[in-house]
Design a protein. Structure first.
Length: 422
C-alpha cells in the first residue's frame, strides 16, 4: 500500500466504493491502518458519518458562527462510535482465527459487538453488563442480535474485571478498548473530522471521557499524522468527565498526574482507587456510556493529553441534559454522554480556555435512541417521571424542555392551542 503524499490524496478512494473496504469510513484510510490486508477486513460500511456545522449550538456554547462543529458518530450501523473500533478488532480477530468475542459494556460496546457477530456469523458474542447499568435502547440491541448476555451484581468496573478474567481463562477474544486494535479503528474519527474541514486542523477537539479509548486514539492519530508530515500542527484536546464519574478530572487536575514521558506515578492512581473502594464509591451519572470509575485507557489518555496540550473538565448531569436539549433543537439527536462534549465546551468557553474565535469540534458519540428514557423524562410534563429518571441524578429543571401540549379532543381547542404555542 502506498501512502498518499497529502491527506487530500485520500479523496481518490471515494471513487473505489465498489470495493467494500473503501465504502467504509474506517478502511477508506487503509493506508494509515496497515496491520491488515484488504482480504482480511471485516466491514459493515461503518464510519459513514458527518461533520455538521452547528451555529445553533455555537451560540449556546459561546463560539462565533461557523466556529463549532459536531462530529455525529450516531450514524454508525449500531448507532455509536464503537463500530469504528469494532471493525478493526474483528479484522484482527479474524486474522488469528478467533471464534468467540466478549466485552464488558455500559451498552454501546455490547451492541456493536453483537451486531458484528450476528451479521458476519464469524464469532459468538458474550456480553457482561452490570446490574441496572444499561439503557434499554442499548440492551435491546445486544439481546436482539443474539449475544449471550451475562448480568452480574455490580457496575461496569466490576464487569470489566470479570470479563478479563473469563477471557483469559477460556481463551476468548476481548474487544473492549483495552484491545489496541479498537483504538486503531477509532483513530479514523479524526481522519474524517479533518476531511470534513477540508483537511484543515481545528483548534480544539472536545470528547466525552469514559473508558478513555477515544481520547487515547485521537491523540495517537494526531501524533502519527504530524510525524508523517501530513499535518503541520496538532489541535488541543479537551476530555470531559461526568461529575459522577470523574476519575480523570480528579487525578489530572487535583492530583497533578501527568504522562511524564511514560514515567507517570502509578501510585497516585492506585491510592485513588483504594480511596474509592474504602468509601464504597461507585460511578453514578445519567450519562451511562461514561459511567466508569476505572478507565482502562487512563495511561494512554495521559499520553494523548501530553501530545495535544490537553485539558480535563467535569460537567454535572444538569449541564449534560441542557446541552443535549440544545443539540437536539439543532436537528441532531444524541445520547446524554455525547452531550458532555458540548457541555464541557461551554464551560471551557466561559472560563476563557476556549476563545470565541476558535474552531471547535465536539464529538457526539451515540444516537438519540440509545437512551430515549432520559430524553422523554427531560421534556415530560409528568413531574414524577422527571424526578424518577433525572431528579435522582441531581437534575433540578428542564430549562430547554419541549413539552407536549394537552388539549381536549375538540377542533376549536386544538386550533387555539396551536395558535398559542406556534
Amino acid at each position: 500500500m502506498q501512502l498518499p503524499e497529502t491527506l487530500a490524496g485520500f479523496q481518490q478512494f471515494w471513487s473505489q466504493r465498489d470495493q467494500p473496504h473503501r465504502l467504509s469510513g474506517v478502511w477508506r484510510f487503509h493506508e494509515l491502518l496497515p496491520f491488515a490486508s484488504a482480504d482480511q477486513i471485516v466491514t459493515l460500511g461503518e464510519g459513514q458519518t458527518i461533520l455538521q456545522q452547528a451555529d445553533w449550538v455555537a451560540q449556546f456554547v459561546g463560539i462565533q458562527p461557523a466556529g463549532l462543529y459536531l462530529q455525529y458518530e450516531g450514524m454508525n450501523p449500531s448507532g455509536s462510535f464503537k463500530d469504528n473500533g469494532m471493525t478493526a478488532a474483528f479484522t484482527h480477530a479474524r486474522s488469528i482465527g478467533a471464534t468467540q468475542a466478549a466485552c464488558a459494556s455500559t451498552g454501546n460496546t455490547s451492541a456493536s459487538l453483537a451486531m458484528y457477530c450476528a451479521v458476519t456469523r464469524a464469532m459468538k458474542a458474550l456480553v457482561f453488563i452490570g446490574s441496572g447499568k444499561i439503557a434499554y435502547g442499548k440492551l435491546a440491541q445486544a439481546l436482539d442480535y443474539g449475544a449471550l448476555t451475562v448480568q452480574i451484581s455490580g457496575d461496569f468496573d466490576d464487569a470489566m474485571q470479570r470479563v478479563q478474567q473469563v477471557c483469559s481463562e477460556l481463551n476468548i477474544y476481548l474487544v473492549n478498548s483495552i484491545n489496541p486494535f479498537r483504538l486503531e479503528g477509532q483513530k479514523t474519527i479524526m481522519f474524517r473530522v479533518l476531511e470534513g474541514l477540508g483537511w484543515e486542523v481545528p483548534d480544539w477537539i472536545v470528547v466525552p471521557g469514559g473508558n478513555l479509548g477515544n481520547s487515547s486514539a485521537f491523540g495517537k492519530a494526531f501524533a502519527e499524522l504530524h510525524q508523517l508530515g501530513l499535518i503541520d500542527r496538532i489541535p488541543r484536546l479537551a476530555v470531559v468527565n461526568s461529575a459522577g464519574a470523574d476519575t480523570l478530572d480528579v487525578l489530572y487536575n487535583q492530583r497533578q498526574l501527568r504522562w511524564n514521558e511514560g514515567q507517570f506515578d502509578a501510585t497516585v492512581i492506585d491510592d485513588y482507587y483504594q480511596e474509592l473502594d474504602a468509601a464504597g464509591k461507585k460511578a453514578s451519572t445519567i450519562a451511562s456510556a461514561i459511567e466508569i470509575n476505572r478507565p482502562v485507557n487512563l495511561a494512554k489518555c495521559l499520553r494523548a493529553l501530553d501530545t495535544c496540550d490537553g485539558v480535563v473538565i467535569s460537567v454535572d448531569d444538569q449541564q449534560i441534559m441542557d446541552a443535549k436539549a440544545q443539540v437536539g433543537a439543532g436537528g441532531i439527536g444524541c445520547e446524554p454522554a455525547s452531550a458532555a462534549s458540548v457541555a464541557g465546551a461551554r464551560l471551557l468557553r466561559q472560563a476563557g480556555t476556549i476563545a470565541p474565535s476558535d474552531r471547535v469540534v465536539c464529538i457526539l458519540t451515540g444516537h438519540l435512541l440509545k437512551d430515549p428514557t432520559a430524553t422523554v423524562a427531560y421534556h415530560t410534563t409528568d413531574q414524577d417521571q422527571f424526578n424518577s429518571v433525572l431528579g435522582s441524578r441531581g437534575v433540578k429543571r428542564a430549562a430547554y424542555a419541549n413539552r407536549a401540549v394537552s388539549v381536549p379532543n375538540e377542533l376549536a381547542e386544538i386550533i387555539k392551542a396551536i395558535r398559542l404555542y406556534s
